[in-house]
Ligand binder design. Structure first.
Ligand code: ATP
Ligand code: MG
Length: 393
């Protein structure tokens, strides 16, 4: 029995076959299936030209017709279907400007980056593996299809992909491939930052990123990536970082990269993510000096606090998460946000007869802090009294 996402996609292969074309599952999904690793999306390769694919299925979306890719919507699920192709005309270590469509599966597999990614599976479950990908999977090896030197000169991004697969799969680079990354690393400076960033994000999400980060240093690749200092990566690679999430990794790297102001901007992270991590960096700096208190936890919010604490624990080489303590402290908070405070700016204006202004924020901040620290209960009348006593009006 195939995993459900393959089962669900089988009719897509069969429809292409019935129309007289070849069609296979390819790429990461087949690799992950052979590794018994969960994946979500399956990629399909076919001998049908993009226009022919569109003629077979009623619902399609053009995503990259010039590269031969059509998205087919089948049972409400999108599938990327790419026409067999060989790539030509590499310029300046970048992706080819034109592609040639072909009808040979083997040639299509040959243009793929690594042997583990150059395996196809047909609709009967038959494996087509002309470059020994399965045996490299078993040996846990990342090896280019054909000469590493040529393949990395064609597309320098592949070097970054090699390091990214180390982080996801716990594989090592085969020695020729590794040597070639060492020799050609400088060429990744010609690769568009968006492509590098997509790979780096996957690297930072990988369960085996520790070794992968060490490899960025050992191969010298890091020198050609934006804003990554050697000492920062060396520190990260010396810590138990495999357990950290992508956001926690950014938090760690940002924290360690003092003076590298625009690290996350260089990597073109979404501004919402930059904001979240920048805020967390401040709480992490505080956490390095002192324990959590109620008010700091309130200001951070529980999910930021979890991220901060996890990175703090990694920096301290602790194998405990500290989650339970944080949860307990959070449970004790009388309020979790300003909206839960029993008084509002309007109350203050009504009680004092004064009009709005910065004084309101100041009093609300103080009141909030007093409520959180259980100096006063979160109760309108008591707060009013307390404010009077404190001479705040
Ligand atoms: P993931 O599980 O992260 O999606 P993947 O192996 O599917 O990993 P993708 O980036 O989705 O990686 O690419 C799909 C397939 O396309 C790869 O398995 C590989 O066969 C091929 N491929 C992708 N990028 C390149 C490249 N730069 N050079 C050659 N082949 C590539
Ligand atoms: Mg994929």
């Amino acid at each position: 029995m195939l995993p459900t996402h393959f089962e669900n996609a089988l009719p897509v292969l069969k429809k292409l076959e019935e129309a007289g074309y070849q069609a296979y599952f390819v790429g990461g999904a087949v690799r992950d299936l052979l590794m018994k690793r969960p994946t979500n999306d399956v990629d399909i390769a076919t001998s049908a030209l993009p226009e022919e694919v569109k003629a077979v299925f009623p619902k399609t979306i053009d995503v990259g017709i010039e590269h031969g890719t059509v998205v087919v919507i089948f049972n409400e699920t999108p599938y990327e279907i790419t026409t067999f192709r060989s790539e030509e005309e590499y310029k300046d270590f970048r992706r080819p400007e034109s592609v040639t469509f072909i009808t040979s599966l083997k040639e299509d597999l040959q243009r793929r980056d690594f042997t583990i990614n150059a395996i196809a599976m047909d609709s009967s479950g038959g494996i087509h593996d002309p470059f020994g990908g399965e045996s490299d999977i078993h040996a846990k090896i990342i090896r280019t299809v054909g000469s590493a030197e040529e393949r990395f000169k064609e597309d320098a991004l592949r070097m970054m992909r090699a390091v990214r697969f180390m982080a996801q799969l716990d594989f090592e680079m085969e020695s020729e491939t590794l040597e070639s990354v060492r020799r050609n690393g400088a060429n990744i400076r010609f690769v568009a930052i968006e492509r590098l960033s997509a790979e780096f994000e996957k690297l930072l999400s990988g369960s085996f990123k520790k070794a992968s980060i060490a490899s960025l240093v050992a191969t010298g690749l890091y020198k050609y990536l934006p804003a990554l200092q050697r000492k920062v990566l060396e520190s990260a690679a010396s810590l138990p970082v495999n357990r950290l999430t992508n956001e926690q990794m950014w938090l760690l790297v940002s924290f360690l990269s003092k003076g590298e102001e625009n690290l996350m901007e260089h990597w073109r992270l979404p501004s919402k993510k930059i904001k979240y991590i920048s805020k967390a960096v401040k709480f992490l700096s505080g956490r390095m000096e002192r324990e959590w208190d109620r008010y700091t936890l309130y200001l951070a919010g529980i999910s930021t606090a979890y991220d901060v604490e996890e990175v703090y624990r990694v920096l301290k080489l602790s194998d405990q998460t500290g989650r339970a303590e944080l949860e307990k402290l959070y449970d004790e908070l009388p309020i979790r946000n300003r909206g839960e405070l029993a008084v509002t700016g309007n109350d203050l204006m009504k009680w004092s007869g004064k009009s709005g202004g910065p004084w309101i924020k100041e009093i609300l901040d103080n009141t909030e802090k007093a409520v959180i620290n259980s100096i006063i209960p979160n109760q309108k009348s008591t707060i009013r009294e307390w404010l009077g006593l404190c001479n705040h009006q």
